[in-house]
Design a protein around this ligand. Structure first.
Ligand code: ADP
Length: 410
């Protein structure tokens, strides 16, 4: 079955087309700057599997519907495309950020599901509205194809109340559903599944496994997984909580917010901007939110860039320790996403002196570039617990879920 995976951001439309039976990606692409300044500077870039060169289209894309039109034209382009006709697309999988408490797994999108996604716009104002735009554009342009929603929050719906209830009046949970939700669930679930296979081969049955997954991209989160189920995760009511990130602050004393209001005269929008867009690696270093730039600045002697990197690793290490306690021990720590898959120093710093948890890093394997791009075990041969690097593939998991659900419903 050919499945189109769609991930809509407020000004972007990311997509990938899969042959779900084999898990093979046929083409992927990104429409960016959609609707920015009327969409005049929008750009579509598409790459077919195996091609070196990207196919690019520069055209005005005032909204996601227009952008999707260009995406579908690129996918069916006689020279650059991969499809003879749009009818070949048999299902569409949408990444949806917030599913609240309503969804603990992926679902076929119908009017009820769409209304729920709309309801959760209140708690995910940056993401869910964009996801809805994608869903509506696809329904408009590809009315024949059933659609599935795959939620970032769903994997974390197995958290127990001790992990998701905040220490504030309980009525705020009952009446407003204010609680920890957690995000990046598709990525944590994907790499945990791969890690489970690797541990299983070593003789540890899946139901006994205690795995800590570290998703370290622009956004960063860490999850404790017991017997395949998420039992604790670092992001909260929103993706701002937990680890230090590219531009987000992560954990913070909440009393800082009234302080900023009362003493610095900031309003809610300014505070939101400060904590979400001007903090994290960028805020501490004053250099960049991008970890590669942080390393470059450190090599030039920038002390604040070094501090930013050290805080990043320190907080991660602290969380690994805490989550090992939550799980009563740890069988594997998994690193994934841009930083997790590529940054040997972050992996080294965040697992330093954790031999008491059974985690022994093999420095040579940690620094071996030939191990990149594939699941790799970077712990010492006789390490009781494993340290793994596993490339994430959220799109593939979305395609797999979509094919399975559409297959069953048809
Ligand atoms: P997103 O969350 O947007 O999907 P990614 O998973 O691509 O992000 O991760 C982006 C982060 O990964 C950036 O901080 C980037 O600097 C970092 N990164 C990418 N490649 C490397 C590398 N070789 N070394 C260190 N960090 C890297």
């Amino acid at each position: 079955m050919k499945v189109l995976v769609v991930n809509c951001g407020s000004s972007s439309l990311k997509y990938e087309l899969f042959e779900s039976d084999t898990g093979q990606s046929l083409a992927s692409g990104l429409a960016s700057r959609v609707g920015v300044n009327g969409g005049e500077e929008a750009l579509l870039e598409q790459k077919r599997a195996g091609d070196e060169e990207k196919f690019t289209v520069q055209a005005p894309m005032p909204d996601h519907k227009v952008a999707l039109g260009y995406v579908l034209a690129a996918l069916t382009d006689p020279e650059e495309g991969v499809l003879g006709s749009l009818d070949e697309i048999q299902a569409i999988g949408h990444r949806v950020v917030h599913g609240g408490e309503a969804f603990s797994q992926s679902v076929l999108i119908d009017a009820v599901v769409e209304a729920a996604i709309e309801r959760f716009c209140e708690i995910a104002p940056l993401h869910n509205p964009a996801n809805l735009l994608g869903i509506r554009a696809c329904r408009d342009r590809l009315p024949h194809a059933p659609m599935v929603a795959v939620f970032d929050t769903a994997f974390h719906q197995t958290l127990p109340p001790v992990a998701y209830i905040y220490g504030i009046p309980y009525e705020l949970y009952e009446e407003r559903k204010i609680r920890r939700y957690g995000f990046h669930g598709t990525s944590h679930r994907y790499v945990a599944g791969k890690a489970a296979e690797m541990l299983d081969k070593r003789g540890l049955a899946p139901e006994q496994q205690r795995i800590i997954t570290c998703h370290l991209g622009n956004g960063c989160s860490i999850t404790a997984i017991q017997g395949g189920k998420s039992v604790q995760t670092s992001m909260g009511f929103t993706p701002l909580a937990g680890l230090l990130m590219g531009t987000r602050c992560g954990d913070l004393d909440p009393a800082l917010v009234p302080y900023l209001i009362n003493h610095l005269g900031m309003d809610p929008e300014e505070i939101d901007d400060l904590l979400n867009k001007r903090s994290g690696l960028l805020g501490v270093s004053g250099v960049s939110s991008d970890m590669r730039d942080i390393h470059q600045a450190i090599s030039e002697g920038n002390a604040r860039a070094k501090l930013a990197l050290d805080i990043f690793s320190y907080r991660l290490r602290r969380y690994i320790g805490a989550y090992a306690t939550v799980l009563g021990g740890v069988d594997a720590v998994v690193f994934t996403a841009g930083i997790g898959e590529n940054d040997a120093l972050v992996r080294e710093q965040s697992t330093r002196d954790l031999e008491f948890l059974g985690l022994y890093l093999d420095q040579t394997r940690n620094n071996d570039p030939s191990l990149r791009g594939q699941p790799a075990d970077i712990s010492k041969f006789d390490s009781p617990s494993r340290i793994l690097v596993i490339p994430t593939d959220e799109e593939l998991l979305i395609a797999t879920d979509t094919a399975e659900i559409v297959g069953k419903s048809g």
